[in-house]
Design a protein around this ligand. Structure first.
Ligand SMILES: *Cc1c(COP(=O)(O)O)cnc(C)c1O
Length: 240
């Protein structure tokens, strides 16, 4: 076990070094890019180790698992006065079904997978009822794959405009997934998302809050940073 946790520390350091090197190549300030640790394949003690090492942003792709993790981490942090100053933010990064809106709002600080007006309206209505504003990123399908989740590029600008009129949501950026197992095609996907982002900013959609590009996973986060990612979502490279 102890050895496994050493490996988590090594992984964490390696990922951060890779991020720093990508920032240097792209002449970007490393503080512009946040690491999101996707914990869906991780053991609880590995997540705890990352938090001890200073990781603040954690993510899950299913609401049920998110709810469980949030409770586990809260209970653990309550017993660790040495970490009392630590704020952990939870992100929901997987497809959200409309019947999971309530538990998602209870557990998540950020939603990366806003992909329809109906979902947005339900989230907003529930958030208003709960006295909250949920920070959301709109998921866009930039890879032209029929079965992929996310809004089509051609529909994204309009949906973005609609979302910014909803009182319970704050549109903070865009998210995309590169085609899995095809790192060669990842860069084109990320460039497309960045171009859309710039077009929306030019149209003043979302105002100053609209500033995040969530793109890049274990196989392609360095490429995503070169193309402008402000949030990378990394699972396997941290936990395997
Ligand atoms: C699992 C997952 C990730 C992390 O993927 P890895 O390949 O493990 O780095 C990122 N984003 C989403 C939406 C995921 O479901």
């Amino acid at each position: 076990m102890g050895q496994d946790l050493d490996r988590i520390g090594d992984n964490f350091q390696r990922v951060r070094e890779t991020m720093a090197a990508a920032c240097a190549r792209a002449r970007r300030d490393a503080r512009e890019v946040a690491l999101l640790a996707v914990t869906k394949s991780a053991e609880l003690d590995a997540i705890q180790r990352l938090v001890e090492l200073g990781q603040t942003d954690l993510a899950e792709s299913r609401v049920q698992q998110l709810t469980k993790r949030v409770a586990e981490l809260q209970a653990w942090l309550a017993d660790r006065p040495d970490l009392a100053e630590r704020t952990v933010h939870w992100h929901m990064v997987g497809h959200l079904q409309r019947n999971k809106v309530k538990p998602c709002l209870e557990a998540a600080d950020f939603l990366h997978s806003l992909d329809s007006l109906r979902l947005a309206e339900e989230l907003s209505a529930r958030a208003v009822r709960d006295g909250k504003v949920l920070s959301c990123l709109m998921e866009v399908n930039c890879s032209f794959e029929a079965q992929k989740e996310g809004v089509a590029i051609g529909a994204a600008l309009h949906l973005g405009e609609q979302v910014t009129t909803l009182p319970g949501l704050r549109l903070v950026g865009l998210m995309t997934m590169a085609p899995l197992g095809e790192p060669d095609r990842a860069r084109a996907t990320f460039v497309r998302l960045r171009e859309l982002f710039e077009e929306m900013r030019h149209d003043k959609i979302g105002g100053r809050d609209f500033r995040h590009l969530s793109m890049g996973m274990s196989d392609d986060y360095a490429i995503a940073i070169e193309e402008g990612a402000t949030i990378v979502r990394v699972g396997r490279a941290l936990f395997e």
